[in-house]
Design a protein around this ligand. Structure first.
Ligand code: PEP
Ligand code: MN
Length: 348
């Protein structure tokens, strides 16, 4: 159930409703919005009696939420959520671009690519330190060493760092460096990890599982919001279908559906979605045309030498061409895509 407060409800009235919810043995979740404050109720086995809330001061409505996901749903918050990463905002009018190699392969490599991307106006650098790979014989990432290199790249350029957290054990280490914690497709239903991330307040990029439905993705996000961390960015990265010509099938349908069901921002990973570099630009443009809030793209200075996912990584010049096309597409989609490099003075 969702308790919707009147516009400008005084703090004391909001607190009284939360207290009432607690007194019934349930958990209140305050969801501040631009136009109203709503208080979600979880922990109830059956539908609470609406009457007991409607009599409290400043309560406008008590709405039953019939969907299995509550806090992530548009019922709970009609307007789009913005996820703030320092001075950057994900989910607003401005499209978000996250780019970089699949894996961090060395200090100089990541710093060089960070500078190259920064000059192109990119504000978020991706790079895996911990790589959950299908094969135990594949490159597993340079782990703590790579985290140091990512930190150096951020200190040198001011780019925000997006990197994957593989398990709860290494979460504190990764959270120290990451500006956005990436939860990989293989970990979308790692509930201990989702719960631990829910306890933090750091932005999260939650990737859709290889065989996860849209509802399962939203339920995974619900775990994180339920813990109190509302800074979740969803990511469509392709799902497994009967098709074998591509690594995955990028489910662009998910974007309008998720936009309807949830207030959370959603970005698309066309690199893993199609799995071959020469299809990445088309799918990136298609994702923005479908209403995505941004993209995460693998870019490598020399994909033939990449330690992981080289075949789906864009060379710098191809990535630049894509940025130029996105710049043209953005206004058609009523979005902006600013490509001026972040202010050098902002860098410490
Ligand atoms: C990645 O971003 O490099 C990655 C491993 O992605 P996914 O979890 O979507 O497979
Ligand atoms: Mn990859």
């Amino acid at each position: 159930m969702l308790i919707v407060m009147k516009l400008d409800a005084p703090r004391a009235d909001i607190e009284r409703v939360k207290e009432k919810i607690r007194s019934l043995g349930y958990t209140p979740h305050e969801i501040p919005g631009d136009h109203r404050t709503a208080i979600g109720i979880t922990g109830n086995k059956s539908r609470p009696d609406a009457e007991q809330f409607l009599t409290l001061a400043s309560v406008l409505e008590a709405i039953p939420v019939t969907k299995p996901f509550k806090l992530v749903s548009r019922d709970a918050k009609p307007e789009d959520s913005l996820v703030h990463v320092g001075e950057e905002v994900v989910g607003g009018k401005e499209l978000t671009m996250i780019a970089g190699p699949c894996s961090v392969e060395g200090r100089q490599q990541i710093i060089d690519i960070a500078f190259t991307l920064k000059e192109m106006g990119v504000r978020f650098l991706r790079g895996g330190a911990y790589k959950p790979r299908t094969s135990p014989y594949s490159f597993q990432g340079y782990k703590t060493e790579a985290l140091h290199y990512l930190k150096d790249a951020r200190d040198a350029t001011g780019l925000k760092i997006v990197t994957e957290v593989k398990d709860t054990e290494t979460l504190p280490l990764v959270a120290e460096v990451a500006d956005v914690l990436q939860v990989g497709a293989r970990n979308m239903q790692n509930y201990s990890l989702l719960e631990a991330i829910g306890d933090l307040r750091k932005p999260v990029l939650l990737k859709r599982g290889l065989s996860a439905t849209i509802e399962e993705l939203l339920m995974a996000a619900e775990y994180i919001l339920h813990g109190g961390n509302y800074n979740v960015i969803l990511c469509e990265r392709g799902i497994r279908t009967f098709e074998t010509a591509t690594r995955n099938t990028l489910d662009l349908n998910a974007i309008p559906i998720i936009k309807k069901l949830s207030h959370l921002p959603i970005i698309v990973d066309p690199s893993h979605g199609i799995g071959v570099w020469d299809g990445v630009a088309s799918m990136a443009l298609a994702a923005i045309a479908a209403g995505a809030d941004g993209l995460i793209i693998e870019v490598h200075p020399d994909p033939t030498m990449a330690l992981s996912d080289g075949y789906q990584s864009l060379k710098v010049n191809k990535f630049k061409q894509l940025l130029e096309k996105l710049e043209q597409l953005a206004p058609i989609m009523d979005r902006t895509f600013t490509r001026t490099a972040i202010n050098a003075e902002a860098v410490e």
